[in-house]
Design a protein around this ligand. Structure first.
Ligand SMILES: C[C@H](O)[C@H](O)[C@@H](O)[C@@H](O)C(=O)O
Ligand SMILES: [Mg+2]
Length: 394
């Protein structure tokens, strides 16, 4: 059977949730007061939308093959991503065999090296890469995890990220990751509030349920060290993304300074095998947390994960719905996954990329059977009710 070629690549944008899950309505827990690198500016302290965390919006990449098969994927890149796809990356895709994913990835990455390397450009390349894997799965009529060598477990288990770890425990998740709400700008009083919130949650969930802090790049080394030391009394399992992503030196120091047994994790805003090589060679963290929609896609995450395995590191991808589930299912060093609670009060399970994807599987009792991931590609469809725009063509 002749391998089809890529006939056309199309890039759409959409607002309101979806892959850019920070793009939510007012009052959502994810836009409450959460510590960020902008918290030192009082006018940007109370919500993250105030400084523009949701400016990008979702990018939808659709790839049509010569035999009519269509693959798609979504990521966080919005209009910028649509421009890059239509006006730059499409030339490396159209006319290529749909199986030549490594070749297309290498050309997309090297052609954008002069203005990319990380951030929204690699988010965009990731979105194209995920769409290519979806297309291949659609054509071969196989789920992506089968294309990656097959599952090593028959179900996935999840921790939940959100404002209510106590409710996540009742829903059967294996742990709860809380956004850190007070930044160093609020001084020792803010530190006390952070620890009080952890203490309160620990009192609700008992001693064995995992509790973690997500610090979203907002701290300095001294504050992070004091927070970790204070949190030991409440059994904090890990301190996540305490420092800005480029502070490899700070992470290496923090990992040496936290209480024995507490994990230092990071990586969701890191990209490519080279970025994660830095994290591992400098011994910055215990678990790496690449986002498959931001780090370079499945093609790059395969490389990152193999390197991590050689270092004896676990790879627990940042929450990215089906795009990470198919990967996690196939990796020995990915024993659990993240599920972001996207209900405004973090009080019920709703699809992570709601409302953009139809058939998006969600965990029940904190677990997801591989049988829920048996459809071709990533097993999801675009919601036709979502208002897609195509701002650029080529
Ligand atoms: C909950 C965190 O503040 C972020 O919103 C979240 O996207 C990310 O850091 C995570 O690890 O889920
Ligand atoms: Mg995080």
């Amino acid at each position: 059977m002749a391998v089809p070629t890529i006939k056309q690549v199309r890039a759409y944008t959409v607002r309101g949730g979806g892959a850019d899950y920070h793009d939510q309505g007012d009052g959502h827990w994810i836009d409450g007061q959460i510590a960020t690198p902008m918290s030192k500016y009082p006018q940007y302290r109370m919500t993250r939308k105030s400084f523009g965390l949701n400016v990008l919006g979702s990018l939808v990449v659709e790839i049509e093959a010569s035999d009519g098969t269509v693959g798609f994927a979504v990521t966080t890149a919005g209009d910028i991503g649509a421009f890059i796809v239509e006006r730059h990356l499409a030339r490396f895709l159209e006319g290529q065999k749909i199986t030549d994913i490594e070749l297309m990835w290498d050309q997309m990455f090297n052609a954008t090296l002069y203005y990319g390397r990380k951030g929204v450009v690699v988010n965009t390349i990731s979105g194209v890469d995920l769409a290519l894997w979806d297309l291949l799965g659609q054509w071969r009529k196989e789920p992506v995890h089968a294309l990656l060598g097959g599952p090593v477990r028959d179900e996935l288990q999840f921790y939940a990220t959100g404002a209510r770890p106590d409710l996540a425990q009742q829903m059967g998740f294996i742990g709860g990751k809380m956004p850190l709400r007070h930044s160093p700008a609020e001084g020792d009083e803010g530190l006390r509030k952070n620890l009080a919130e952890l203490a309160e949650m620990r009192s609700r969930v008992g001693d064995d349920f995992w509790l973690m802090f997500d610090c979203w790049m907002s701290l300095d080394l001294n504050y992070a060290t004091k927070l970790a030391q204070g949190a030991q009394a409440y059994g904090l399992k890990w301190i996540e993304e305490a420092l800005p992503p480029d502070d490899y030196w700070g992470y290496a120091d923090l990992k040496r300074q936290v209480p024995t047994g507490m994990l230092v994790n990071t990586g969701e805003h890191e990209a490519t095998r080279w970025g994660f090589r830095m994290l591992m060679e400098m011994d910055c963290c215990d678990i790496i947390q690449p986002d498959v929609g931001w780090c370079g896609g499945i093609t790059e995450l395969i490389k990152i994960s193999a390197l991590a395995d050689a270092y004896g590191k676990q790879v627990i991808p940042h929450g990215s719905s089906v795009y990470s589930y198919h990967f996690v299912a196939t990796r020995h060093n990915s024993p659990f996954a993240e599920f972001l609670m996207m209900a405004p009060e973090a009080d019920r399970v709703v699809p992570m990329f709601n409302p953009l994807l139809l058939d998006e599987p969600v965990p029940a009792q904190g677990r997801l059977s591989l049988s829920a991931l048996d459809q071709p590609g990533f097993g999801v469809r675009l919601n036709p009710d979502c208002d897609l725009a195509r701002p650029y063509t080529h």
